[in-house]
Design a protein around this ligand. Structure first.
Ligand code: SF4
Length: 498
């Protein structure tokens, strides 16, 4: 009899290692590696999500008749060795892991790997696509995916006549006090109690609010969320997808990423459901296109880049940003910046901040303040419910912090307080003024933004996408005062007094 090892981010009955097996020929093994739990300061909800979803999937397979070895071991390789000793399987098979360290561990442990089928574009296909290009752009990849997968297409033309409706999806938050869809919460049960005890025993460093049932832990629950998203959320998703509200964390975001990233639900299910609702006239084209771009465009592009760019990519720091992670990223009370407070409080409460809070508040602040990219990547990977190395390395190192010198994005996503003021309601009631760049009440984003441009003038002055803004920075009469205030701001940020 062979064994199939199921990893914590591969929790789906249709993964390639589980697809064709029966209880008569296969035993299943899950390994909970306690060293992984203790090594980092995980958000408690992130650990709970993965462990309880593993436990529930193990139970599901047992109910199907499989013999399941649920094994708690110090490390993954020890768990595999202990399983071998206990059951003497003919061989152990696993689906290829989602990250390089997993790949190394399974390879040295003698586990046979089968292809990973959790993405619509596998790493090899992505590499061939990349090799065929003079330069790589997400938009080109996305259009190629749409065409080859026949998603949101009318023959050879994009549905609605346009590939990209981004320009319709950048509305600021509405001021009409409208209500937003609320996600459902699952009632806690015996498995939650068991997992909480496991975390208490093995992960003393966890942070954040306790588990409250917000994130789906089974494929059935993830599909229920998807149905609700299609019915209630996606019709409202597009126009305000970049908006931020202090009073509502969810707005019309789908909150499906954690389910996708641990395999509870698969990308084709999500895309097919969204397109079907559009074809039935239930979701506007701008909303469905923006959502599908995130799933078959961004998500798959980032997955491909993670494997294409290799091990060293994660260690890049081309802007030589070496400031430590500020206390404000770990404690909302350590800053008066209302936009940062709101985002960090959301992370504390539910291990989540939506994509614009990640890119334009937290990532932007890390970029313009010169926070170390590796510390920022680690922090996001540990604190976000959907954090995974393959997601965070390209998104943080490349997209957000420009630490790859422009391999991923041709210009840095740097912005001052004016952007946040336009796209959120945070600035009203903030201790700082987004229009000011000098003085004690100047918005730190505004000060640091101009300082960032001045600091990196040599690097960006020849970048044609930055030429205008760099010329503007060189003409600022008060730049000497901005630079002095920026030094004060960085010092206050480092001590948690900003
Ligand atoms: Fe954030 Fe600046 Fe606005 Fe305050 S004024 S909320 S720090 S952008």
């Amino acid at each position: 009899m062979k064994s199939v090892l199921v990893l914590g981010d591969q929790l789906n009955r249709d993964i390639s290692s589980l697809r064709d097996i029966t209880p008569s020929d296969t035993r299943i093994v899950f390994v909970v590696a306690t060293s992984l739990m203790t090594r980092r300061q995980w958000h408690r909800q992130r650990l709970h999500l993965v462990l309880s979803a593993m436990r529930r999937f193990a139970n599901q397979l047992e109910q199907e008749g499989f013999s399941v070895d649920w094994r708690i071991a110090t490390t993954m390789s020890n768990g595999i060795a202990e399983h071998r000793t206990a059951f003497a399987p003919d061989h152990i098979v696993a689906m290829s892991p989602m990250n390089r360290s997993g790949l190394k561990v399974l390879s040295v442990s003698g586990v046979s790997l089968v292809e990973n089928n959790q993405f619509l574009c596998d790493a090899e296909t992505f590499t061939s696509w990349a090799a065929s290009r003079k330069s790589m752009k997400m938009e080109d990849f996305y259009r190629w995916q749409r065409t080859r997968l026949d998603v949101l297409m009318d023959g050879i033309e994009p549905a609605g006549g346009t590939w990209n409706y981004d320009h319709e999806n950048r509305e600021p938050p509405p001021k009409d006090g409208r209500s937003w869809p609320e996600p459902e919460y699952a009632a806690l049960d015996d498995i939650d109690t068991e997992i909480s005890a496991l975390i208490d025993d093995h992960a003393p460093l966890t942070t954040g609010a306790p588990w409250n049932g917000l994130w789906p832990t089974t494929s059935a629950a993830a599909r229920e969320r998807l149905e609700r998203v299609i019915r209630e959320v996606l019709p409202k998703f597009g126009p305000h997808e970049d908006a931020m509200l202090t009073s509502n964390w969810h707005l019309a975001h789908t909150a499906l990423s954690s389910s996708l990233n641990i395999g509870l639900i698969r990308p084709h299910e999500v895309v097919e459901a969204a397109e079907a609702a559009y074809r039935q006239g239930n979701i506007p084209i701008a909303s469905v296109e923006g959502f599908i771009r995130q799933i078959i465009g961004w998500r798959e592009y980032v997955w491909g880049l993670y494997w294409l760019w290799g091990d060293e990519y994660r260690n890049m720091n081309s802007l030589e940003a070496n400031a430590p992670l500020p206390p404000a990223f770990r404690d909302p009370a350590a800053t008066k910046m209302r936009c940062v407070q709101t985002a960090v409080q959301g992370i504390e409460d539910r291990a989540y901040a939506h994509h614009i809070q990640r890119l334009m508040v937290l990532g932007n602040l890390a970029l313009i303040a010169g926070i170390n990219p590796q510390e920022t990547t680690d922090w996001m990977q540990e604190r976000f419910i959907d954090g995974a190395e393959w997601v965070m390395a390209p998104n943080v190192i490349g997209m957000s912090l420009h630490a790859d010198g422009g391999m991923m994005a041709t210009k840095p996503y740097a912005a001052g307080g004016a952007y946040i003021s336009k796209m959120s309601d945070s600035c009203k009631g903030c201790a700082y003024d987004p229009k000011k760049r000098t003085g004690p009440t100047a918005c730190p984003f505004t000060t640091l933004y101009w300082d960032f441009l001045a600091r990196h003038d040599e690097r960006f002055r020849k970048n044609h996408r930055m030429a205008q803004v760099m010329a503007g920075a060189r003409k600022l009469a008060d730049m000497p005062e901005v630079r002095i205030r920026a030094t004060e701001v960085r010092a206050l940020l480092a001590t948690g007094d900003l």
